[in-house]
Design a protein around this ligand. Structure first.
Ligand code: SF4
Length: 219
């Protein structure tokens, strides 16, 4: 009988450009796992909550490597809910890839291979899941990792500002990312607030949404 780590339930594996983080704009293979134990009110991937295909871990690895991108990201859903993700990330690192994992901030990141760049959310109140933040995870965040806030309104911004100051997040990593919920908070407002407070965050737009938006026809 195989172990629980031998297979994964996968929503999709595909190549695109990395839309967020300090790696934004780079070609990347994405492994999107099925399932999440949170329900952020603005979640943009609810289709990954259910269904998916159970695949052998070796097949997931081969498919992710087949795109020949230097970067591979594990995302979801919440990838860290599946035990097979941990050896998969190690195998991707061993294969010479730069590996990112997008994680909610609720799942325990202690077992993540130290070579993997964690892009960890801290859920703001507007998500409805702020009470699920696993603050102990901050002890595993290094300068190679990134902490991401997704902001729906001014109250979320003020919550982020307090978290950065009170929890001394810049001592953990210089990579603090601030995004807006698409269509809910105008990026120009966020930029104005960040400048007013001289807050040490990287404002980011979800680049892939502009590339693939129906009216993004290019030239
Ligand atoms: S943690 Fe991510 S996948 Fe899960 S509900 Fe929130 S935004 Fe959606």
């Amino acid at each position: 009988m195989g172990s629980r780590e031998d297979t994964l339930v996968i929503h999709e594996i595909y190549a695109s450009i990395q839309g967020e983080s300090t790696f934004a704009g780079l070609p990347c293979a994405f492994v999107r796992t099925t399932g999440c134990n949170l329900r952020c009110v603005w979640c943009d991937t609810p289709q990954a909550f259910h269904g998916g295909t159970r695949m052998d871990r070796g097949d997931v690895l081969a498919r992710a490597l087949s795109f020949r991108t230097p970067l591979v990201e594990l995302t979801g859903g919440e990838p860290l809910l599946q035990p097979g993700v941990f050896p998969l990330m190690t195998e991707l690192c061993d294969a010479g890839r730069t590996v990112l994992v997008e994680t909610s901030g609720e799942a325990d990141v202690a077992r993540v291979d130290p070579r993997v760049h964690k892009v960890m959310d801290l859920k703001c109140p507007g998500s409805g899941e702020s009470h699920r933040n696993r603050w102990d995870n901050l002890g595993h965040i290094t300068p190679a990792d990134e902490i991401k806030f997704v902001l729906a309104d001014r109250a979320d911004y003020e919550w982020m500002r307090a978290a950065i100051r009170e929890r001394k997040l810049t001592d953990r990593t210089p990579n603090l990312l601030a995004s807006t919920v698409f269509g809910r908070l105008a990026p120009r407002d966020l930029v104005a607030w960040v400048l007013e407070d001289a807050l040490p965050v990287r404002v980011q737009l979800q680049m892939h949404k502009y590339v693939w938006a129906p009216d993004a026809t290019g030239v």
